[in-house]
Design a protein around this ligand. Structure first.
Ligand SMILES: [Zn+2]
Ligand SMILES: [Zn+2]
Length: 451
């Protein structure tokens, strides 16, 4: 990809070509012969570091950064930094290396007034996006600018990274940004003027996965853009029928990720993954009715399960059924009191409604069993009673051990090539474990016998 950034300049020294193609040996010898070469730039004022970063030549990036005279924030003709180019081309190792070398994440180019965060979001490189967000949390940016301000940083046209990710159909980036505090109803309009929200742009781009994410985060289907249009009309105008069906204000309101839960201090990551999964599945159930007749179908992950969970499911041993719905297995536990319920019931109890913007006071969610304030939710340990040879063993088996949850989260894993992300429909899920009507599940007998 980065080959697009080549060095059309007639270079006598051959440095840029060697950098582009990753010829470390040649680059070394050229620079040893003439150290001043490192300050040369191409016609577009790209430095060797720009070219190496855009082409993912990590060894050369590292070599160049060892040279104290090399500026990690060198600017090309459009004031793009090497970090921006690495984010554009999705070269995660170069992004990491540049940030490690203290490249500034808060630089704006002159073309669109965008930062590296905008570019990672625009091109859908969620791994780069996550790395930049992490750097923003931990660097001087957080202290001087404020992390949430950085997440909602605007480009020259008033677009936040979330706007760009929604417009380009990058659900994974949309998810990451929302999770990091991106404002779901941000408008591109300035000074109180109406503009487009991320939902308008997702409607235009036609990504149902992005629309699902935004709606689950409480995006407003009735907000109007500068032309007075709601997202539904934008989707219709661009012939995105499936999106229009979800955005139609007369269709069922989707379940919204509970705002009270956002106040639970540092919601346990594994529990959160389960809750998010339950939310998306519940919304898919709703969509089935909405999308009926539009020609669009909802791909339920539970039907395309890899089957790898089969061996952990049997009807034989006892499981803790949720005492609220008597349908699902307890997967969530309230820390402190230890009461358990299923993910769906947790969502329903803590967050049945879309948050009302007029009531500013947020009440902390309480445990439905003992009414104590919920401070933290964790993944429930499944208690399994096992008939072992002589006596009953009470085993605490963590059914949703981190490996399982990792599996669940796999599509969110930040791996290289994130642009190939297929959207939520590809999530191998707990469909069989926590899905509706899935019946009982239990711990693996074999596993118990071994213990
Ligand atoms: Zn339940
Ligand atoms: Zn309780």
């Amino acid at each position: 990809m980065g080959q697009g950034l080549s060095c059309r300049v007639q270079e006598k020294h051959g440095l840029f070509t060697a950098v582009q193609f990753g010829d470390l040996k040649l680059v070394k010898s050229l620079l040893e012969r003439d150290p001043s070469l490192v300050q040369q730039t191409t016609y577009d004022r790209n430095s060797a570091l720009h070219i190496a970063a855009a082409n993912g030549q990590i060894e050369i990036v590292s070599l160049l950064l060892e040279d104290q005279s090399v500026n990690p924030d060198a600017l090309n003709r459009h004031k793009k930094t090497p970090l921006m180019l690495a984010a554009i081309y999705g070269k995660i190792s170069c992004v990491e290396k540049l940030i490690e070398a203290r490249a500034n994440i808060l630089m704006f180019d002159s073309l669109n007034g965008r930062t590296c965060l905008h570019y990672a979001a625009y091109y859908g490189h969620s791994d780069c996006l996550a790395t930049i967000l992490y750097a923003a949390r931990t660097s001087h940016v957080a202290a001087s600018w404020g992390f949430s301000r950085f997440v909602n940083i605007r480009d020259g046209k008033g677009a936040t990274p979330l706007h760009l990710a929604a417009r380009q159909g990058r659900p994974q980036c949309v998810h990451l940004l929302l999770d990091s505090g991106a404002l779901v109803c941000a408008s591109t309009g300035r000074n109180g003027f109406a503009g487009s929200t991320p939902l308008h742009l997702a409607a235009r781009g036609g990504s149902m996965d992005c629309i699902r994410e935004l709606l689950a985060w409480g995006a407003d289907r009735l907000q109007r853009d500068a032309s007075g249009r709601i997202p539904y009309l934008v989707a219709l105008k661009h012939n995105n029928e499936g999106c229009a069906a979800l955005l139609n204000p007369s269709s069922a309101e989707p379940l919204v990720w509970p705002s009270p839960l956002k106040f639970i201090s540092e919601l346990n990551q594994d529990a959160k993954a389960l809750l998010e999964q339950a939310l998306m599945e519940a919304n898919r159930e709703r969509e089935k009715t909405i999308l009926k007749g539009t020609g669009y179908t909802v791909q339920s992950p539970s039907h395309q399960d890899t089957g790898s969970t089969d061996d952990t499911i049997s009807e034989e041993s006892e499981t803790e059924l949720c005492c609220i719905c008597f349908d699902q297995v307890c997967t969530i536990e309230v820390q402190g009191c230890g009461h358990q319920m299923c993910a769906q019931c947790t969502l329903a109890l803590c967050c049945h409604n879309k948050p009302n913007p007029t009531t500013s006071s947020q009440t902390a969610p309480v445990c439905p069993f003992c009414r104590s304030n919920i401070v933290q939710l964790v993944v429930a340990k499944v208690k399994a009673k096992v008939n072992a040879s002589d006596h009953d063993l009470d085993l605490d088996l963590d059914l949703y051990s981190s490996t399982k949850v990792q599996k669940l989260r796999k599509p969110w894993n930040l791996s290289e090539g994130s642009s190939s992300f297929k959207g939520l429909s590809g999530v191998p899920s707990f469909g069989k474990m926590v899905g509706r009507g899935s019946g009982r599940i239990s711990v693996d007998n074999e596993c118990i016998n071994k213990t």
